[in-house]
Design a protein around this ligand. Structure first.
Ligand code: 7PJ
Length: 259
């Protein structure tokens, strides 16, 4: 899954022709490098980020989804928590809902069920503005796993079939470095749930905390986590660096297939 970030730090006012063009170009480049899905997000969920209005978020993502859909049949994922954005994005051509709030916002669960597209449920403790202020768990692996299992049950109750659900422990979302490392070390406990697991660690601060590398110098560190996550059973990798990730996965899979 290639990340297409439409937050203001990269594109100032969504909808502008040049910006839409640049976004589509970047998406096509990631598809060319082997991405299977393009994940489009308009709301920044970085630690400390402010929230965005429904309309602003729609105006940022919909023109890009439409424009990408005109030139490609590739699956498009919409990274959002808002029901109205889910509806507008799917109407514009998105195929999957990726929600860092696991469909807990107003109307999100019902909307996703009605739209009949697959969903990715992610765990987050707290809200982006404050989630990195001293996050606490009783047992991070058990707590995150319990949360995801409860959200899966709510989705199934709402009419979303298990076959349509991907789960994600949410690296960096209300977690210390120690929490993130425990989740990665014990990732097989999540794959044992029997649903596909998505991992998003690409360029995140946990990699900087370990290596001291700046955000644009974390590719190698990220690849180490991709290989470890693959071996624990994860099969979706949300990344910025598609070509490097694909190369690492090709080698890992080749070894996996060897006698
Ligand atoms: C994730 C995400 C993640 C899923 C972001 C960033 C922050 N969606 N959206 N999993 N992270 N499913 O990329 O640094 O880890 S935004």
């Amino acid at each position: 899954m290639g990340i297409l970030n439409l937050t203001p730090d990269s594109f100032s006012d969504g909808g502008h022709y040049l910006e839409v063009n640049a976004a589509v170009k970047r998406a096509l480049q990631m598809l060319n490098e082997g991405a299977a899905i393009i994940d489009i997000g308009g709301e920044s969920t970085r630690p400390g980020a402010q929230s965005l209005s429904e309309n602003d978020e729609i105006e940022r993502v919909v023109p890009v989804i439409r424009a990408l859909r005109e030139v490609s049949d590739a699956p498009i994922s919409i990274d959002t928590s808002k029901a109205a954005v889910m509806k507008a994005a799917v109407a514009a051509g998105a195929n999957l809902i990726n929600d860092v709030r696991a469909l807990q916002e107003n109307q999100a669960l019902e909307t996703a069920a009605n739209l009949k597209v697959p969903v990715c449920l992610m765990h987050m403790q707290g809200a982006p503005r404050s989630m990195q202020h001293d996050p606490q768990y009783h047992d991070v692996v058990k707590d995150v796993k319990n949360f995801l299992q409860q959200r899966v049950a709510s989705c199934v109750d709402a009419g979303i079939s298990r076959e349509q659900i991907i789960i994600d422990p949410g690296f960096g979302f209300g977690k210390t470095l120690a929490h993130n490392l425990s989740l990665l070390k014990h990732l097989s406990e999540f794959t044992e749930i029997g649903l596909p697991v998505l991992v998003g660690i690409s360029r995140k601060s946990m990699l900087g905390q370990i290596t001291g590398a700046e955000v644009d110098q974390r590719v190698a560190a990220g690849l180490a986590t991709t290989v470890l996550a693959y071996q624990a059973g994860a099969r979706f990798f949300r990344v910025h660096d598609v070509k490097a990730t694909l190369d690492a996965l090709k080698v890992t899979e080749a070894v996996d297939r060897a006698k």
